[in-house]
Design a protein around this ligand. Structure first.
Ligand code: SF4
Length: 687
């Protein structure tokens, strides 16, 4: 048996593990002593590997290209040349007829690595000629990137995951670490054991809320009002840091003007939180030596998400709780490489290394490196804009790599219609998924475990992941497929190996310039910024309180609270909020094909409902019930719980039956275009 050191393919924590291999089959996983996990793994790390052996529990691995020339035909297996010739021919025709901006592509935040994301965005920009490239950060931490970039000049976690346990205060806002990032949850527990005060803001009694010193069970959809009231009480009590504000920030006067109305008493009508609790929470936050704010989808999946992120960052500026160890902002990324897909520029507004496409000097630099005369200057579409762009006749083709938007994006009925209306849909993946049912061509790729490269963990941490087994079937690495397509456009996009891709990428990105494969091998990981070969990388940002904005100062921000787009009414009286489940990952194509994990949770999801609502509607625990919104209706099973308040229900999004995204609304944050998964109106019926 051989053991191959690699990085877990699931959440963004970035735990290191060994894959145990016998006769080209994975037979187990063992924890490695990585900087995040230090010899431990969660359930998914321990039991999430045997999909590589094609267990066929949920679906079959894709092992051959598939194609249909008309939508009335079934997809049939073909040779690679036929599939790639057809894809290249169709994309050329669409580009010629409608222009390059009629084509949209995705990177992938899932198993595929940074190198594929780099090659994919180069293909879209240099070969197709559009900035229409995006990925699923759009539906999770897009607002964190936009919000933090606006106030600090950098959209990443300011500090490292290991620093969490040395904070004196953790303010955990809309973040269920126990289900989303179990090894981060362990750091929270260790912080508690070391004496940290834990403040949790969440409408549900999460595991973190259970161990907290203060739990603020706010009303769903009231985040901005609560954050403003935090600022208000800090100022009213004189707990702000005048030295920090005067020397390292801008926009303080305007900020004070906005938050002055949000006294805890005024905000209570919106948030439901007692003024005493607001004061107690901010007394702990401001009086602790090192306070660290962690957040998750409970902040970012709202129509006012970017504003709230800026508001949370402004609390750091108000108090000086940033620019030092264990103190700052922690938007903990969900999928294992969602940080990496952003780092590599699989976004419609930036090149790799967060270099704006709207900057002429950046365009010139990348055009020269990529051997083209010009690059497009117009910011591209986001994935959440696809249904609208298709309806407006602006998009005609969609090339989807390693994502399953029919399962994961809001209002799946609207997205299915868009896929049907597109002229051409390409899906490149490892399993047949719900989106692939709408494809004209399916390109089968190698999986995590079958190729290597670099992932970026949630705390800006580059780590090498490695090939453990040879792929079975007629499949290719994602970046090889893209290179073969480019060749059909007469463009050279082939590389000897992933290290060659990586070296090209770091030569174009000053913040990653010193992060070589060799350094990752030697150190185990490298956190960017890492600008030179001598630089070991950066554990926490903004040392010396120097921010990365143009003025080098932190920029305060506050704004008025606004209500979610679809509030409950007589017909749809309950709030629906989507959540995650610890035993499964994303749209479940990988974890649903693992024996251990499918044994743990093998039934279509559930609706978590309060004791009060269940009694009122005569619904018993485990009973089937119908959930209906203005967009769809699904059947799921009730889980009656005293951890949630009356008036809201919670559904996991991983399940194909009872899929909550048939119900969700595609109201988008106006800046990040992230959907409001956490709030829409539904009605419930016992069946
Ligand atoms: Fe994998 Fe995340 Fe679990 Fe670590 S915490 S083993 S990265 S799923």
């Amino acid at each position: 048996m051989k053991k191959v050191l690699t990085v877990c393919p699931y959440c963004g924590s970035g735990c290191q593990l060994y894959l145990c291999v016998e006769d080209n089959r994975v037979v187990g996983a063992e924890p490695a002593n990585g900087p995040i996990n230090e010899g431990e793994l969660c359930l998914k790390g321990h039991y999430g590997w045997d999909f590589l052996n094609d267990t066929k529990i949920l679906s079959k691995r894709l092992t051959k290209p598939m194609l249909r020339y008309t939508r009335s035909e079934p997809l049939r297996e073909v040779e690679w040349d036929e599939a790639l010739d057809y894809v290249a021919g169709k994309l050329k025709t669409i580009k010629e007829q409608y222009g390059p901006d009629a084509i949209m592509g995705t990177g992938s935040a899932r198993g595929t690595g940074n190198e594929t994301n780099y090659v994919m965005q180069r293909f879209m920009r240099a070969v197709i000629g559009t900035n229409n490239v995006d990925h699923c950060a759009r539906v999770c931490h897009g607002p964190s990137v936009a919000g933090l970039t606006a106030i600090f000049g950098s959209g990443a976690m300011s500090n490292s995951i290991p620093e969490i346990e040395d904070a004196d205060c953790l303010l955990i806002f809309g973040y269920n670490a126990a289900d989303a990032h179990p090894l981060v949850a362990k750091r929270i527990l260790r912080a508690k054991q070391k004496g940290a005060k834990i403040i949790v803001v969440d409408p549900r009694k999460t595991e973190a809320a259970r161990i907290s010193d203060l739990w603020l069970q706010l009303k769903n959809g009231s985040n901005m009002a609560l954050v403003n009231s935090f600022a208000n009480i800090i100022l009213a009590k004189g707990w702000h840091n005048d030295y920090f504000i005067n020397n390292f920030t801008e926009g303080f006067a305007e900020y004070c003007n906005t938050v002055k109305k949000y006294t805890p008493e005024y905000a209570q009508a919106i948030t439901g939180i007692e003024p005493d609790l607001v004061e107690a929470a901010m007394k702990i936050y401001t009086h602790s030596k090192n306070s660290f704010i962690l957040w998750g989808m409970g902040v970012t999946q709202f129509g006012q998400a970017v504003d709230v992120v800026k508001g949370l960052g402004s609390l750091c500026l108000l108090t000086g709780q940033i620019g030092k160890p264990s103190s700052g902002v922690g938007p903990v990324r969900g999928q294992n490489n969602v940080q990496g897909a952003c780092d590599m520029g699989a976004l419609p507004n930036i090149y790799p290394g967060y270099q704006a496409v709207t900057d002429a000097a950046n365009r010139k630099k990348f055009a020269k490196a990529w051997g083209v005369e010009t690059l497009p200057d117009k910011i591209g579409f986001t994935i959440t804009e696809v249904p609208h762009a298709v309806a407006a006749g602006k998009l005609k083709a969609f090339y989807i790599i390693g994502e399953d938007p029919v399962q994961s994006d809001p209002d799946s009925g609207g997205l299915k219609k868009a896929l049907n209306d597109l002229e051409f849909v390409i899906v490149q993946d490892i399993f047949m998924n719900k989106t692939a049912l709408y494809a004209d061509v399916i390109l089968p790729a190698t999986s995590w475990g079958e190729h290597g490269g670099v992932f970026s963990g949630a705390d800006r941490r580059f780590q090498r992941f490695r090939k453990a087994v040879d792929a079975k079937g007629d499949v290719k690495d994602d970046w090889v497929i893209i290179g073969e397509l480019a060749k059909r456009f007469g463009y050279e996009l082939t590389y000897k190996n992933t290290e060659a891709i990586w070296n090209e990428m770091i030569s174009l990105c000053p913040s990653y310039a010193g992060a070589t494969y060799e350094k990752m091998e030697r150190q185990g990981s490298v956190q960017w910024p890492c600008r030179t070969l001598e630089d070991p990388g950066t554990d926490y940002l903004f040392k010396g309180n120097i921010f990365q904005t143009t003025s080098k100062k932190g920029i305060f921000f506050a704004t008025e609270w606004r209500a979610p787009a679809e509030v409950p009414d007589e017909q749809y009286p309950i709030v629906l909020c989507t959540v995650r489940e610890v035993g499964h990952y994303s749209s479940r194509t990988m974890t649903g094909n693992c024996w251990g994990l499918s044994q743990l949770a093998d039934e279509p999801g559930y609706v978590q409902i309060s004791v009060e609502d269940a009694a009122r509607l005569d619904i018993e625990d485990e009973q089937l019930m119908r959930v209906t919104s203005r967009r769809g209706s699904v059947i799921s099973r009730a889980r009656v719980s005293d951890r949630v308040k009356a008036g809201a229900v919670y559904m996991t999004y991983q399940w194909w039956i009872g899929a909550c995204n048939e119900l969700t609304i595609d109201n988008l944050d106006p800046i990040s275009k992230t959907p409001e998964y956490k709030y829409c109106a539904v009605k419930l019926e016992a069946i």
